[in-house]
Design a protein around this ligand. Sequence first.
Ligand code: SF4
Length: 374
Amino acid sequence: MKNVADKISALKRNGHKVLGCFPLYPPMELFYALDLVPVVLWGLKDAIKSTAESDRHLQNYTCSVARHLTEFVLTEGSGMLDGIFMYNACDTLRNLPEIITNATEESGRVLPLISIHIPMALPEQTDASAYFKYEINELITTLEKRFSRMFSKEKFKQVVIKTNQLRKLMADAEKLVASGTIGFSDFSQAIHACWFSTLEDQSGILEALIAGGKKGESGGQGERTGVILSGILPPPASVIEAIESSGLTVVGNDIASLGRAYASMPQVSDNPDSYFLDFYYQHFPCPTLLYSGDRRTTSLFGLVDDSGAEAVIFIGEKFCEYEYFEFPFLSKQLNDRGVKTLEIEIDIDDDAHTSAHRSRIEAFAEMLKSTPTH
Ligand code: SF4
């Protein structure tokens, strides 16, 4: 998303306190309930011209997600954010708080860092719920003090209801992508725009997207082959164009910044610690939530069965070990069920070099069309 800085500037002009969040699934409902606007610092590729500052602190074999967010926080975003929130996820992100804190201090700036630890043990093996609830309640106390706010259960519940409505709108828009009336590129840009917007603005973005898709519904679709995309981020626009122009339709997604982020619908509650216990432990599986690993295959099979997809395309984020460790196993499981798979790897500067991806996608699409469905 090119206008990340503009969007954050607009939030600031409207008097909002903005919290930069990473990694993937922050407790956003809590921030909204305290009148803070969380912005999830992923998908920044189009907003970052170079990673010169980040490269002073991170090795060049770090994934693009970490390099882009570090660059943004240390340069353009540094004066815009009122704080940084993070929880533990992958090894790459684990030491980023210290790196960012030291770098901002070196340059004479102050950027408050707020963090929690999410226990990654399997709940069936180790009951860490008391510790987790303690972390959430400490977070509320920290935020109240830091931003002079007062937590209200009623407001939290309203935000939870609203957030669930937005998740449903995102899922509705995904169905229009599957029917071919919304392009996957427009869809992923709109969802990413939501991660940098207030709740009210998110409604507007999604309703406009859905209204545009419904207008095109009467057009009818030719013979299409359904695929699911799986990965941390959606592929670059040029790769999406290659997929769609090869006659493939994205009928579902297992993308961390898209489907994995909105697929879960936790129970409405005014109690933040039990709400987030449900949110994190019943979350749509993602390799970064280690305890969800055992449910990963089942959820992918479910996506394939529900959508009628004939294939899964894995969008590998280069150097993301969490995703890469699972690709061989998932591919084998899917292939054994007759579902074809393709892996493509996206590097930090792959926007400019996608012709090899295009050739592989076109060959894969041809192969799917000439092979009987499973
Ligand atoms: S892409 Fe992978 S390695 Fe990079 S921050 Fe996300 S989970 Fe971590």
